[in-house]
Design a protein around this ligand. Structure first.
Ligand code: GTP
Ligand code: MG
Length: 224
């Protein structure tokens, strides 16, 4: 019978839905110019792809909401950082409070793979987890729908990741929608595991605001 154990008046207790835990995680997407960072984000968030290339200026944002499980909602705040920013001095501001990163290279241009270590170094020198360890970073070998430039085989890539401090790597294609969800899921698993080990206020939904002007958000450490 519907009434038994229900929330009707006079039963002395009221039914409440199970508490849902909500996280807001800031994730960086970095790598050389034209490797496909914006395309990966567009594919992941909007299921869209365009051949048209328009370079990102500075930084762009996107939000992906993931119903992780019945008790967990994850909001991923994706920071799409322009490839040319590695030569500027703004990355320290952009990286602040990030808890994960996707480092992208283009399999058709070997030079973008060579730059991966520079991006990783830039990342590790400017942002750390509250416990002092590097933020988890996943390496994406993007444009795998095209012919490769270079000869890294999977075991060499595994070794490169171990030595370079990446938690893993995926061959991706924003064009053909290959491995993008999988790579993001793998990163979020790691971010969540870190969060459970070291819960902190930084990824508390109420604290991390998506500010369209990161300069204003960090005026103390700014210089022009
Ligand atoms: P910046 O903003 O300049 O740093 O570049 P980006 O890394 O954001 O690159 P973007 O996503 O704008 O992509 C650059 C070009 O590569 C565009 O013409 C895309 O259509 C193309 N592209 C991106 N991903 C793929 C892919 O997986 N396969 C193929 N074939 N082309 C891709
Ligand atoms: Mg871009």
């Amino acid at each position: 019978r519907a009434g038994r154990g229900g929330a009707g008046p006079g039963w002395g207790w009221a039914w409440a839905p199970p508490r849902c835990r909500e996280h807001l995680f800031k994730v960086l997407v970095i790598g050389e110019l034209g490797v496909g960072k914006t395309s990966i984000i567009k594919r992941y968030v909007h299921q869209l792809f365009s051949q048209h290339y328009r370079a990102t200026i500075g930084v762009d944002f996107a939000l992906k909401v993931i119903h992780w499980d019945s008790k967990t909602l994850v909001r991923l705040q994706l920071w799409d950082i322009a490839g040319q920013e590695r030569f500027g001095n703004m990355t320290r501001v952009y990286y602040k409070e990030a808890v994960g990163a996707l480092v992208v290279f283009d399999v058709t241009r070997g030079s973008t793979f060579e730059a991966v270590s520079k991006w990783k170094h830039d990342l590790d020198s400017k942002v750390l987890l509250p416990n002092g360890s590097p933020i988890p970073a996943v390496l994406l070998a993007n444009k795998c729908d095209q012919k490769k430039d270079g000869s890294q085989n999977p075991s060499q890539m595994d070794q490169f990741c171990r030595e370079g401090g990446f938690i893993g790597w995926f061959e991706t294609s924003a064009k053909d929608n290959i491995n993008i969800d999988e790579a993001a899921r793998f990163l979020v698993e790691n971010v969540l595991a870190n969060y459970k080990r070291f819960p902190n206020e930084e990824n508390d939904v109420s604290k991390l605001k998506l500010d369209p002007d990161p300069l204003r958000a960090d005026s103390k450490s700014q210089c022009c």
